[in-house]
Unconditional design. Structure first.
Length: 428
C-alpha cells in the first residue's frame, strides 16, 4: 500500500519532479529553479479558514498555523522561534503623506530577528534539519544572514554566511556574529557572494538557504496569507512591497495563486514591486515589457534590496503578470523622506522598507493607484537594522533636510530645557 504524497518539488523550467526531501538547490535535469507543489488541502474554503484561525485566535507561529499548505509533513518537528503574527498598522500621517485614503502597513520588522526573513528561515532550516544537512549557508546583504544564524543556532546546525565586505549594515552583521555563524567577508557585491555560495553548495554539500530555495518561499508566502486572514479574507486592491532578489515577489504570487485556486479568496489583488533606482533591473525590465533582464551594478542606501542580478527574475515576472501588477523605482532621496515619515509616526523601519511607502506615493502621483483604493504595504525590516542610516539622516546630511532631527546641545540649567520645550510646542 502506497501513501499519497502531500508535497513535492517541481522545476519551473522543465517540469521535472523530485521528492520533497531532495537537497539539490536547483533542478538536477536542467538547473532551473524548484518550486514546492502541494496536494490541495481537504475541506471547503470555510473549513480551511476555520482551521487556519483568526487574528484573535493565534497559533504560536504565524507560519506554522498554515503548516498544511506550507510543509505538512514537518509541522510536528518545526524549528520555530516562533515567528509571524505581525501587525497590520494604520497611521493617518503616513496615509496622508502617501495621498491614499486607506493604507495599512504589514510590519515584518516585528519578527524575532527583525525582518521578514524569519518566515522563510523557519521552513528552510526545518527542512535542513530533517534531511540531515551537514551545514547551512547563504549569501546576504544582512537580514538573511541574521535570520539564518539564529535559526541554525536553534537547530544546532553549523552556519556559513557570505556577505559583501564593507557593504553590510552593522546591526545586521553583529546579529550574525552574535548568533555564532561563521561570517565570511567577500570582496564584491551580493551577486558575487551568491555565485560563491552556490559553488560551495555544489562542491561541499552545504544546504543552500537563499531565496532560490523553494522552502524559503513557502514560509515567505505566509506574509500574504496572514494579511488576508487579518482582513477576514477580504482582498485589498493592492499589495505593495520592496523588491531586490525577488523572493517575496515570487512568494506573494504563489500565495495568491494557491489561495485563489483553493477558494480562500475570490479575486487577486494587484502586486506592486518597488525597487531603489540604483538597484532597479526588475523595474527597468518591466518598462521594456519584460523583454529580458539586464543586470546592473547596484548602488543604494537601501542595502537590503541592493541587488543587481535578481535570482528569481522569471518567477517575479510571472507573479507581476498574473496579478496585473506593476514595478517601479524610487530614488534614495524619496526612500529617506518616506522613512522619516514612517519613523516619525512611531512605526519605524529600515530603508528598504520605506521604499514601499515611497512607491505608494509615486504610484498615486502617476494615477496608477487611485485615492480610494485599499492598499496594504509591507515593511520588511526593523528600524534598528540600519542605525548608520539614522545617523546619516539626522546628524550628518548637509544641508539638513526638513525632517532631520538634530540632537540639541544645551547648558545644564532649567531655562535651556524650557527653551527647547517651548520651541517644540511651537513646532520648531
Amino acid at each position: 500500500m502506497t501513501t499519497e504524497r502531500k508535497s513535492w518539488q517541481r522545476c519551473d523550467a522543465c517540469g521535472a519532479e523530485f521528492d520533497e526531501r531532495d537537497a539539490s538547490p536547483r533542478c538536477r535535469e536542467c538547473g532551473g529553479l524548484l518550486a514546492i507543489v502541494h496536494t490541495p488541502p481537504v475541506g471547503t474554503p470555510t473549513e480551511l479558514r476555520a482551521r487556519f484561525g483568526t487574528a484573535d485566535n493565534r497559533h504560536s507561529s504565524g507560519v506554522w498555523r498554515f503548516g498544511e499548505i506550507v510543509l505538512p509533513t514537518a509541522t510536528a518537528t518545526a524549528v520555530t522561534h516562533p515567528e509571524g503574527n505581525t501587525p497590520l498598522l494604520s497611521r493617518p500621517a503616513i496615509s496622508a503623506w502617501a495621498d491614499i485614503d486607506s493604507l495599512l502597513l504589514k510590519h515584518e520588522g516585528h519578527n524575532p530577528t527583525g525582518s521578514f526573513k524569519d518566515r522563510g528561515m523557519t521552513v528552510g532550516v526545518t527542512q535542513a534539519a530533517r534531511i540531515g544537512a551537514r551545514a547551512v549557508a547563504c549569501a546576504s546583504t544582512g537580514n538573511t544572514s541574521a535570520s539564518l544564524a539564529s535559526y541554525a543556532a536553534q537547530a544546532g546546525l553549523p552556519a556559513l554566511v557570505f556577505v559583501p565586505e564593507g557593504q553590510i549594515a552593522i546591526g545586521k552583521l553583529t546579529q550574525s556574529l552574535a548568533y555564532g555563524a561563521r561570517t565570511l567577508l567577500v570582496p564584491g557585491d551580493f551577486d558575487a557572494c551568491l555565485r560563491l555560495v552556490e559553488e560551495a553548495s555544489d562542491a561541499l554539500g552545504i544546504y543552500l538557504l537563499n531565496s532560490i530555495n523553494p522552502f524559503r518561499l513557502e514560509g515567505q508566502k505566509t506574509i500574504v496569507l496572514e494579511m488576508l486572514m487579518q482582513l477576514d479574507w477580504t482582498v485589498p486592491d493592492w499589495v505593495v512591497f520592496p523588491a531586490g532578489n525577488l523572493g517575496n515577489t515570487s512568494a506573494f504570487g504563489k500565495a495568491l495563486a494557491e489561495a485563489h485556486a483553493w477558494g480562500l479568496i475570490s479575486r487577486l489583488p494587484r502586486l506592486a514591486a518597488i525597487q531603489a533606482e540604483g538597484a532597479s533591473p526588475f523595474a527597468r525590465a518591466f518598462a521594456r515589457g519584460f523583454d529580458h533582464l539586464e543586470p546592473m551594478a547596484a548602488e543604494t542606501v537601501a542595502t537590503a534590496i541592493k541587488i543587481g542580478a535578481p535570482a528569481s527574475y522569471e518567477r517575479g515576472v510571472r507573479a507581476i503578470r498574473a496579478t496585473d501588477g506593476v514595478v517601479c523605482s524610487v530614488t534614495d532621496a524619496e526612500i529617506l523622506e518616506a522613512k522619516a515619515v514612517i519613523d516619525r509616526a512611531g512605526v519605524g523601519c529600515e530603508p528598504a522598507s520605506a521604499a514601499t511607502v515611497a512607491g505608494v506615493r509615486k504610484l498615486r502621483e502617476q494615477g496608477v493607484i487611485r485615492p480610494g483604493d485599499q492598499v496594504v504595504g509591507v515593511l520588511t525590516g526593523h528600524v534598528l537594522k540600519d542605525s548608520g542610516v539614522l545617523k546619516l539622516m539626522h546628524q550628518e546630511m548637509e544641508p539638513p533636510p526638513a525632517w532631520a532631527n538634530r540632537p540639541i546641545r544645551i547648558t545644564p540649567d532649567i531655562d535651556a530645557v524650557r527653551r527647547v520645550l517651548d520651541a517644540s510646542a511651537d513646532g520648531k
